[in-house]
Design a protein around this ligand. Structure first.
Ligand SMILES: Cc1cc2nc3c(=O)[nH]c(=O)nc-3n(C[C@H](O)[C@H](O)[C@H](O)COP(=O)(O)OP(=O)(O)OC[C@H]3O[C@@H](n4cnc5c(N)ncnc54)[C@H](O)[C@@H]3O)c2cc1C
Length: 456
């Protein structure tokens, strides 16, 4: 069932009049790029603010790490991307690309034709996309948005940006926030950690395995990057101990194929003599704890007088993870949902936003949206889902995509894409070392390429 299913549906308007708006997009990652394209397609006048000097966001690999390796100091010099050097995509390229601009392998120097390519290839794809749709002409590079606030007239947003020390103010009808959410680390709470003398690092600051040579490493987490990083580190470290919330109580088992890597249930506590005790009773003298424990949403520039808050990692209240009812449609968020196929989800969200802003698509009333959100939150609470999982789409992401598509009157997620996603997720769990290079879904690949002919 679609969580937070609409009691009401917004509809395609019958109107032939499209109202162009002056829209600020914050961020030129995969979300901001497709937002810019969809908004301009709908006739809006768009300015994209990008704090770095290029497009691509997360996919711009940066070998530098932050001085605070845990990434908790709010005043630290922030490195945006959390990519590690060896990263290859965890989705097949057919699934990962935007719907109408397939992520095809291309001939050329430095291109990576693999089905699960390295991160540079994703950046090249995003650059191809930006080139094809002339996105860069809308982007103000090296312009960091430092404040977004509703003007006293209650109609316009004042966006303050900083370009190399020069502060600029400009008013917009609407603001679309696409600033990404893989930059501000979440850290595991470990009793006794303050007096533990070892080194701690968050995966946000992991780039290469060499610094872990001959070390005893405890890695916390079991999501996609934890799996990749633990295996990479095991190649150089003395021992790797993975603490996973999803491991059953009292687990302590050596992982097949490795003589130096163990899976444990969670950590019980840490001690000043350098030992770490697991819930399974094992005691490890460790050099490093590596937190692969995810990220926080953060909108340091946004001033809404408490209308939108981040509470235990729930950004809310938001209608369908996009619009805060009291400020809709003039403020909205792209890309908050996780455990998803991101690019197509962004694409559907942006089509919806563009149509709503132009008046072509109607939203329910403020009260109706608020009711719907209330029902959604109650449903989560009744099922025992903590607030921090509000944007975890679990297994209803495609239903959500299709709902968005239906609002826009466009076709939803292709059947082959869904099947391919489920297939590759299954393979990823069963064979984490080889799923990127071995597969059996050849018929789905054929269907995908047949479909791509529409766009190429
Ligand atoms: C380690 C890792 C691996 C991943 N692997 C995959 C994968 O295999 N496949 C996949 O589909 N997805 C993957 N993802 C998810 C990935 O983050 C999304 O695919 C997508 O790139 C997110 O795009 P975004 O635009 O939301 O955010 P980002 O890519 O983070 O872009 C946000 C942009 O906003 C800019 N910005 C931020 N604040 C400001 C400001 N105040 N002013 C101006 N500009 C600002 C940033 O500089 C950045 O360019 C991975 C993520 C991580 C962290």
């Amino acid at each position: 069932m679609l969580r937070g299913r609409s009691l009401l549906t917004s509809q395609m308007s019958m109107s032939s009049i499209t109202i162009p708006r002056h829209v600020a997009v914050i961020g030129a990652g995969a979300g901001g790029l497709v937002a810019a394209r969809e908004l301009r397609r709908e006739g809006h006048k768009v300015v994209v603010f990008e704090k770095s000097d290029q497009i691509g966001g997360t996919w711009v690999y940066n070998p530098r790490v932050e001085p605070d390796l845990l990434g908790v100091d709010p005043k630290r010099l922030v490195v945006h991307s959390s990519l590690y050097s060896s990263l290859r995509t965890n989705l097949p390229r057919e699934v990962m690309g935007y719907q109408d601009y397939p992520f095809l392998s291309r001939e050329g120097k430095d291109r990576d034709p693999r089905r699960f390519p390295g991160h540079k290839e994703v950046l090249m794809y995003l650059k191809d996309f930006a080139g094809e749709f002339r996105i860069e002409e809308m982007v103000r590079f090296e312009s960091e948005v430092v404040n977004v606030k509703l003007e006293e007239n209650g109609r316009e947003w004042r966006v303050k940006s900083n370009r190399r020390g020069d502060v600029d103010d400009e008013n917009f009808d609407a603001v679309v926030v696409c600033n990404g959410h893989y930059t501000e680390p979440r850290i595991a709470e470990i009793p006794g950690i303050k007096s533990w003398p070892g080194k701690q690092i968050h995966s946000h600051n992991y780039r290469i395995p060499e610094p872990f040579q001959d070390q005893v490493v405890i890695l916390i987490g079991s999501a996609a990057s934890a799996t990749d990083i633990s295996r990479e580190i095991a190649g150089v470290a003395k021992e790797v101990h993975i603490a996973s919330r999803s491991a059953a109580d009292k687990t302590c088992e050596r992982l097949p194929g490795y003589d130096n890597m163990w899976l444990h249930s969670m950590i019980e506590n840490a001690h000043e003599d350098g030992t770490v005790v697991f819930q399974d009773g094992s005691v490890i003298f460790a050099d490093v704890i590596l937190h692969c424990t995810g990220y926080h949403y953060d909108f340091p520039f946004l001033e809404t007088n408490g209308i939108v808050t981040v509470d235990d990692n729930r950004v809310g209240p938001l209608y369908k993870h996009v619009f805060p009812p009291r400020l809709a449609p003039w403020l909205c968020f792209v890309g908050l949902p996780w455990k998803v196929v991101p690019f197509i989800l962004f694409e559907f969200q942006c089509k919806w936003i563009a149509g709503v802003l132009s008046g072509q698509i109607k939203l329910p009333s403020q009260e109706e949206m608020a009711e719907e959100i209330k029902a959604f939150y109650s449903e989560l609470e009744a099922s025992g889902v903590p607030k921090r999982y509000t944007h975890d789409m679990g297994d209803y992401q495609f239903e959500y995509d299709n709902w968005l598509a239906s609002q826009c009157g466009c076709s939803g997620v292709e059947e082959w894409r869904k099947q391919m996603y489920y297939e590759s997720s299954k393979r990823k769990r069963a064979q984490p070392e080889t799923y990127r290079d071995e597969w059996e879904d050849h018929d789905l690949i054929l269907q995908a390429h047949q479909d791509f002919l529409k766009y190429t």
